[in-house]
Design a binder for this molecule. Structure first.
Ligand code: FUB
Length: 467
């Protein structure tokens, strides 16, 4: 079809939109149920892996990404999947990873061979893996389908607590080894005072009970953290036709809880669920949640988004609305050290894959696509060379490097030849004639030699500028 003036205008508007958009933070995969942690000056966000197009939560793996600036996210692929847990047969749902004494414990929930949901744990020496099932069996198995959404908190006295549940909220005290527990599983009482209301049974009307839905109620996705002396229990609550993010507070990790209200509600998220996590990083506070707003997404194609917020003076959390712009960078990226190509602020017409040879790399690169990397600091010395590791099984394409915008000054243009295979990597360099200093956004723009080429152009593993 020949482009008309209108299609050209729509394309220009879409391009403008993506230039300023930062939410969802990952565009190469569907990344629901974000669970962020801060470790050694880096934020790691652990997510699920939605498969849109099937009317259910059919996930089979989990993913991890990291950032030191909150806008460029490095993709570490999928270190665990249902295959990592011999006891798991289906539905890899919400998870959270927690560090203790240099080890990382990734708590997941999945369906067992008995059709219920159970909580398992994988362990690693690194936040990005490799991870291994710590027990070879579930850590929490109750026989109920609602044993989902684990969240873990390690209190100041070293006692770790794990909370979970859909409809009902439970906790148990984890032992120091983080892979076993002591004492009973406790169900946390719910009331209007503690969680805003009590969920109505589906058959409430038949039994002549009250059928008016409460203004809020605990549904799922607990997220426990401590700030000053207060414990916060955020959870997916009840709103009009979709979940809200709500919270309760307590003086103790075991309650009693006092309902505080809704943090995020009635937003055009294009998703029934929202599943949140909260962290502080570099002096700022962030809410992670998911929406169905990635193209092709929806309630079963959800993707992580982030908003910055400030606690009120009394410690309460303000009401937060979703934005396309997301958050601002809190650090810069050094272009003179090797950066993995899968470190991305925004990507279009490409995805990421992983193999044993190079780990994660950018793949399925198509004509008209690009990767944006934000807040790149060239300092006071201008680079004279750009170098990239690329592979092409067919006739390759062109990798153009621009600053400031897709059509901003061009620093380099690498002609990527056929390298002998999609995993036959070649380091290609190009001199830079333009002077560039200070902080800029960087755009890697993908072009084919032939304008009508619709095939994969090349794979992209890493890049660096030489001063
Ligand atoms: O992602 C599957 C389920 O949807 C999660 O376990 C819930 O928290 C909800 O987000």
């Amino acid at each position: 079809m020949r482009p008309t003036k209108l299609t050209a205008l729509v394309a220009a508007v879409c391009m403008q939109y993506s230039l300023y958009a930062q939410n969802p933070i990952i565009q190469t995969h569907y990344t629901p149920d974000p669970a962020p942690i801060v470790h050694n000056g880096t934020v790691y966000v652990y997510t699920g892996d939605d498969v849109p197009g099937y009317e259910f939560y059919n996930m089979t793996k989990w993913r991890v990404f990291s950032s030191t600036d909150m806008v460029n996210w490095r993709d570490y692929g999928s270190p665990i999947s249902l295959e990592s847990f011999e006891w798991a047969r289906d539905r890899g749902w919400a998870a959270q990873c927690m560090e203790r004494d240099g080890k990382f414990y990734w708590y997941i929930c999945a369906q067992t061979t008995a059709n219920d949901m159970a909580i398992g744990v994988a362990v690693s020496d690194s936040p990005t893996g490799p991870f291994k099932d710590a027990l070879g069996k579930p850590l929490i198995i109750t026989g109920a389908w609602s044993t989902i959404d684990p969240t873990v908190h390690i209190d100041d006295d070293g006692q770790a607590y794990m909370y979970w549940g859909n409809g009902s909220l439970y906790y148990v005290k984890l032992n120091k080894d983080m892979v076993s527990y002591s004492g009973d599983i406790v169900e946390i009482p719910q009331s209007v005072k503690s969680f805003g209301g009590i969920r109505q049974a589906k058959n409430a009307n038949e039994n002549n009970q009250q059928t008016v839905q409460p203004k809020d109620t605990y549904i799922e996705g607990p997220w426990l953290f401590k700030r000053s002396k207060q414990y916060y229990q955020m959870f997916a609550g009840m709103s009009k036709g979709a979940e809200s993010l709500s919270y309760s507070v307590s003086d103790s990790p075991t309650g009693p809880w006092k309902y505080q209200g809704k943090i995020m509600t009635d937003q055009p998220t294009n998703s029934f669920t929202n599943h949140g996590g909260i962290i502080d990083f570099k002096g700022k506070s962030y809410l992670f949640y998911h929406t169905g707003l990635l193209p092709g997404g929806g309630s079963y194609g959800r993707a992580t988004a982030i908003e910055e917020f400030k606690y009120n003076a009394d410690g309460t959390i303000p009401s937060i609305t979703i934005t396309k712009e997301g958050v601002q960078p809190v650090a810069t990226l050094n272009p003179y050290t090797r950066t993995e190509a899968e470190t991305i602020a925004w990507a279009e017409k490409c995805t990421t894959s992983e193999d044993k040879k190079v780990g994660v790399y950018v793949s399925d690169i198509r004509t008209g696509g690009h990767i944006k990397v934000r807040s790149v600091d060239f300092g006071s010395i201008s680079p004279n060379t750009f170098q990239a590791s690329l592979a092409a099984g067919l006739d390759g394409g062109i990798l153009d490097v621009h600053i400031d915008s897709l059509k901003g000054p061009k620093l380099s243009s690498i002609n990527v030849p056929r390298t002998g295979g999609w995993d036959s990597w070649k380091t290609l360099s190009e001199n830079i004639d333009v002077k560039v200093t200070g902080v800029h956004d960087l755009f890697f723009v993908f072009k084919s030699h032939n304008i009508i080429s619709g095939r994969k152009l090349f794979n992209f593993d890493h890049w660096v500028f030489k001063p």
